[in-house]
Design a protein around this ligand. Structure first.
Ligand SMILES: *Cc1c(COP(=O)(O)O)cnc(C)c1O
Length: 365
């Protein structure tokens, strides 16, 4: 075998991908671990969803629906949308993948923000396009900076609202200003993974209906408690949804995933319960940590971003929490080295993590 001239080489961009690291889920030697590192719903999926999953076992020898008509109709009914303009994917990650595959390639630029979701550079590099990172201002998306960065080579702009891991949000008026100020040749993607947690926000659904270049993505992984099932969806102009449909595999979602997601969408009472619980514990956490000398921005999501004096203190606290069986997320990779992202858990978990942070601030190691 010759080693001087590599014959098998990956496509441009592939070797620039830094592997995505999920939130840790266990600690060696510790039982009863509380996982607050992946923004999962502490209440899980509803009983109706579990029943739908169990019932789907009887159809599991059949190939699933290729057009996802029943799930799209459920989404359209609940959100008052046009079912024809909805596309479903294996998590919203897959919808974001379709967007990159269909609209960006070598020589094209794709914009996202300084503290934006770490899957974006993975997806952008995977199609050989160039990631362009735009600064935020005090952990808030800066629309002027995004408009300045956009040019004729920009094919996609990713905006997470509410942001992850910041939890902050920009108002619809700012999103409208961004949508109308971008070149007409560029798609604005509103990643709405945490939309349900934000008061009075539709994720941009109405804006999508008034623009040719805006796509909204949503997920069943967060408030619906179905992170393990992998279902997400997008809503956009008909022409764009039709293009995305060409790159989607016909059987991308299983019978079980479709049944679970449809039941989840139709069980809005559960969503409402989760929303109320989350808001109550989120506000409690923010005010309790503030009293302990750990500030956080107002959050519109199911996590808070706790700020420490510096990187050393943040890392020290993360290690201390680990020793107490509590997993939170380090976010140095999101250019927030002095912060920890803490998912809002159920009440006992929130009390445990707040108590432990208080102990750490009081000198425990
Ligand atoms: C969790 C999350 C998603 C959802 O990903 P899925 O593939 O739907 O599980 C998308 N965007 C952001 C910013 C997220 O935090």
């Amino acid at each position: 075998m010759s080693t001087n001239t590599p014959k098998i080489t990956p496509q441009p961009g592939i070797m620039d991908i830094k592997l995505y690291k999920g939130g840790a889920s266990d600690i060696v030697g510790v039982q009863d671990v509380v996982k607050l590192s992946s923004n999962e719903n502490p209440l899980g999926a509803s009983d109706k969803v579990k029943a739908a999953i169990a019932a789907s076992a009887h159809q599991i020898h059949r190939y699933p629906s290729t057009d996802h008509a029943a799930l799209r109709q459920a989404i359209a009914d609940v959100h008052d949308l046009d079912a024809e303009r909805i596309i479903c994917g294996v998590g919203s990650d897959e919808v974001l993948t379709f967007l990159c595959q269909a609209y960006a390639g070598p020589g094209d630029e794709v914009i996202y923000t300084e503290h934006g979701f770490s899957m974006y550079p993975v997806l952008i590099n995977a199609v050989g396009a160039t990631p362009v990172v735009v600064e935020e201002q005090a952990r808030r998306v800066d629309v002027d900076a995004m408009l300045e960065a956009a040019n004729a080579a920009t094919k996609i702009v990713f905006l997470t609202n509410p942001g992850n891991p910041t939890g902050t949000m920009i108002p619809m008026s700012e999103i409208e200003r961004l949508a109308s100020g971008l070149p007409a040749t560029c798609i604005l993607v509103l990643d709405g993974a945490y939309t349900e947690y934000a008061d009075g926000y539709d994720g941009g659904a109405r804006l999508v209906e008034h623009c040719d270049n805006v796509v909204m993505t949503r997920t069943f992984s967060k408030i619906y408690g179905l992170g393990g099932m992998r279902v997400g969806w997008g809503y956009g102009p008909q022409e764009i949804i039709d293009v995305l449909g060409r790159v989607r595999g016909p059987f991308n979602l299983s019978n079980t995933a479709l049944a679970a997601a449809e039941a989840a969408m139709r069980d809005q009472a559960w969503v409402e319960k989760c929303r109320v619980d989350n808001a109550r514990m989120r506000e409690w956490m923010i005010s309790d940590l503030a009293k302990k000398g750990v500030p956080a921005d107002a959050s519109s999501a199911n996590f808070i971003l706790a700020r420490f004096a510096d990187q050393d203190e943040a890392e020290g606290c993360e290690l201390y929490l680990q020793s107490q069986g509590l997993l939170v997320r380090k976010v140095a990779g999101y250019n927030l080295p002095n912060c920890l992202r803490i998912t809002v858990g159920d009440e006992p978990s929130c009390r445990r993590v707040a108590h432990a942070i208080g102990q750490f601030k009081a000198g425990a190691t």
